[in-house]
Design a protein around this ligand. Structure first.
Ligand SMILES: [Zn+2]
Length: 260
């Protein structure tokens, strides 16, 4: 029988700056991740299922994230590690994405301190999630595939490499508070365009409602009617006929009910 660890090909970074670096997140590597996990080595050998058999430099935290995962391919394990990282630091990442440094300056001391700590942790976490691995050699073969997709965020055709930059731009360009925009972005299938459109639609709708209320109130006063009655009737007319504006509905109410 062979020693299990002999089956694995050691992954070595091609460039010096990546020596002792965790392939998954870019932190200092203190241990190795075995792909597939050691306890499944025999299984993959026997079944001949596809497995990389890499010994990958990794940090303690990424090893911890991967301890229960039994996938046998580097690409799958990169996805698992990144997913766990993003989940664990979700709150800090959110703070980093949403807060502007100028806004933090205005906070009370205690809060400023904790938001700043969140910003630092969030920034570091974002960088770890975005870390794209490195070129490496294993068993004399060079590999340049990193399995981290270059994500691009679009805001009406404008391209951004990070979510934070896209959010910042969209918030300023379309005058929507970041926290609100973030909420709408999630609600609308992670799409900035529909999030922005829905915000402005809602805004127009609110304005319209205000105008409608004002028009009904002045109509009620002028014709000595109950305002609730006027609003109810206008709404009824408008649902019966989509083409009716509320001015037309008020006129109809006047012609059909009050004039008589
Ligand atoms: Zn790591």
């Amino acid at each position: 029988m062979h020693r299990e660890t002999d089956l694995y090909r050691q992954m070595s970074a091609l460039q010096a700056k990546n020596f002792n670096t965790c392939f998954f997140c870019g932190c200092i590597a203190t241990e190795y991740d075995f792909i597939p996990p050691l306890k499944y080595a025999e299984f993959y050998l026997k079944t001949r299922e596809e497995a990389d058999f890499y010994k990958v430099p990794a940090c303690r935290e990424c090893c911890y994230f991967l301890r229960e995962d039994n996938s046998a391919l580097l690409e799958q394990r990169v996805t698992v590690a990144k997913g766990s990282l993003a989940r664990k630091y979700k709150r800090a990442i959110r703070i980093y994405e949403v807060w502007n440094p100028e806004e933090i300056e205005d906070l009370a001391y205690q809060l400023k301190h904790s938001v700043n700590a969140g910003m630092r942790l969030g920034k570091e976490s974002c960088q770890r999630v975005a870390f794209s691995g490195f070129d490496f050699e294993a068993d004399g073969v060079k590999h340049r595939a990193h399995f981290v997709k270059n994500v691009v965020f679009l805001v009406f055709g404008e391209k951004f490499a990070s979510f934070r930059d896209a959010l910042d731009y969209a918030s300023k360009a379309y005058r929507i508070p970041k926290a609100k925009l973030l909420e709408l972005f999630t609600e609308h299938n992670n799409c900035f365009d529909t999030a922005i459109n829905s915000f402005h639609e809602k805004f127009t709708r609110k304005n319209l409602d205000k105008k409608l209320k004002a028009a009904c109130a002045s109509f009620a006063l002028q014709h000595q009617q109950n305002i609730k009655f006027v609003m109810r009737t206008v709404e009824k007319y408008c649902t019966q006929d989509d083409n009716l504006t509320f001015e037309m509905a008020l006129n109809k109410l006047y012609q059909e009910v009050i004039k008589k």
